[in-house]
Design a binder for this molecule. Structure first.
Ligand code: ZN
Length: 161
């Protein structure tokens, strides 16, 4: 069958950015299995998988608008060093997790370290990048009612979470 916006698609992918291989799903045992239409994939990838069938292999290049968006300068926030715990590694490029007042968490990376402040970049690491994907579709199937209700694919053993 061809993938529809409600199909479950299993696929292997390799992701390269600026000619550098960042991820290869074949290093894991299982292909990625995703219920389409739930925003679990970047928009360009959702679109590219629609209408595909098992066995198809193809490559796509996704502009930032179809991937993680453009970098935003206002996503760099200046915070007091006190915000970070004593053991925190405060060096440019290090990844940090910030806890919001409402209990949510934000992932970021350290942009710059000052005397008393730290500038944290909350942009997605791949914001502003064009993503190159090599994709091989392994399986396409209808989603079950339960999967659609949960908004995600369930593995071969059924409910696995
Ligand atoms: Zn579920």
């Amino acid at each position: 069958m061809k993938a529809t916006p409600e199909s479950v698609v299993s696929f292997h992918y390799a992701l390269a950015v600026d000619g550098e291989l960042l991820e290869n799903s074949r290093e894991r045992e299982q292909p990625l299995e995703v219920l389409l239409g739930q925003g679990q994939l970047v928009p360009g990838m959702e679109k590219a998988l629609e209408g595909r069938e098992a066995g198809q292999a193809f490559s796509i290049d996704l502009e930032p608008e179809q991937a993680y968006g453009q970098r935003r300068e206002d996503a760099i926030q200046r915070l007091s060093k006190k915000v970070f715990g004593k053991g925190a590694r405060l060096v440019a490029g290090a990844n940090v997790t910030l806890r919001r007042k409402d209990g949510g968490v934000l992932q970021g990376s350290i942009h710059k370290v000052g005397m008393t402040t730290v500038d944290v970049d909350l942009n997605h690491p791949l914001a502003g990048k064009t993503l190159h994907f090599d994709i091989e579709v392994i399986e396409v199937r209808e989603s079950t009612e339960e999967e659609r209700a949960h908004g995600h694919a369930h593995g071969p053993g059924g409910h696995a979470h």
